[in-house]
Ligand binder design. Structure first.
Ligand SMILES: Nc1ncnc2c1ncn2[C@@H]1O[C@H](COP(=O)(O)OP(=O)(O)OP(=O)(O)O)[C@@H](O)[C@H]1O
Length: 267
């Protein structure tokens, strides 16, 4: 008897006709974005200032909800989840890195990183052990008890990345992670992100840096709140969209169709 065909994994991320409006009267910032991202992808989001990149990242990161449309993370349609469930999903599965680092000045590096594990309910000692390991993995084992103001920009960003990934999220979202850094530090930070991606983390990076974006296997271009292009080097990565469609559609009764992903770029 032959083995049943393997079900492809659910996409790491699936957006279906996502619209975001702000204010009254409503100003539409995102105009029906469709996007599917496979687990383990490394992609850059590029586009002019004000085109909607950070808005998109906030929706993907569950920091905000879309006005219309649907977003699914690892097969979970966010529309089916309560705010509490969404917060739990965010804490466990998503890591954030921002241009400004957002480290707590009164805490040491290891304490800053351990805050990334507060949701786990683990003991303070265990959180510290994991934070030490994460910092050591990022080459900061010699900076454990330093405070942020004693670190270089590149070191601060690596601490912020350690905090973002110490809980082993499936998805890492980075908004201009190299924007405040000199070229060398920026390259160091990108190497860290690449190596996390090689270890299986899906990584999405917003960047204004054209050279940086050009080095990514996939680039999404946002223009006026729409996907203007979706370029893949070496073709698309197979995504288990159909399994996710069934799952999400059945769960929400929406019949979510994921074939509406952007077809703007080369395949
Ligand atoms: N909370 C908000 N209320 C009203 N308008 C907003 C809000 N957040 C963002 N906007 C508007 O949405 C548009 C897109 O902003 P967004 O920050 O997503 O752009 P961006 O592409 O990330 O820009 P940049 O590259 O300059 O960071 C802008 O016109 C901005 O003013």
């Amino acid at each position: 008897m032959s083995a049943p065909p393997k079900r492809p994994p659910a996409p790491a991320l699936l957006l279906r006709d996502v619209v975001k409006e702000y204010g009254t009267p409503p100003l539409r910032i995102l105009h029906g974005v469709d996007l599917a991202v496979a687990p383990g992808e490394l992609l850059a989001v590029v586009g002019p200032s004000g085109s909607g990149k950070s808005t998109l990242l906030a929706l993907i990161g569950t920091l905000d909800r879309p006005t219309f449309g649907h977003i699914a993370l690892e097969g979970h349609d966010l529309a089916d989840l309560s705010d509490r469930q969404v917060a739990a999903l965010r804490a466990r599965r998503i890591g954030f890195v921002f241009q400004q680092f957002f480290l707590l000045p009164g805490l040491t590096t290891v304490e800053n990183v351990a805050t990334g594990l507060l949701y786990t309910g683990e003991s303070a000692r265990r959180r510290r052990e994991r934070a030490v390991q994460a910092l050591s993995d990022l080459g900061l084992g010699h900076r454990l008890d330093h405070h942020p103001d004693q670190l270089s920009g590149g070191e601060k960003q690596r601490v912020a990345i350690a905090r973002a990934v110490v809980g082993r999220p499936g998805l890492l979202l980075a908004d201009e992670p190299t924007g405040a850094l000199d070229t060398t530090s920026g390259h160091g930070v990108m190497e860290v992100l690449r190596s996390l991606n090689t270890d299986g983390t899906t990584v999405l990076v917003i960047t204004h840096d054209r050279d940086l974006a050009a080095s990514f296997p996939r680039r999404i271009g946002i223009q006026d709140g729409r996907i203007a292009f979706d370029e893949h080097v070496g073709g698309r990565i197979a995504v288990g969209e159909d399994s996710a469609v069934t799952h999400i559609g059945a769960a929400s009764g929406l019949g979510l169709d994921t074939r509406g992903r952007s077809e703007g770029g080369p395949t």
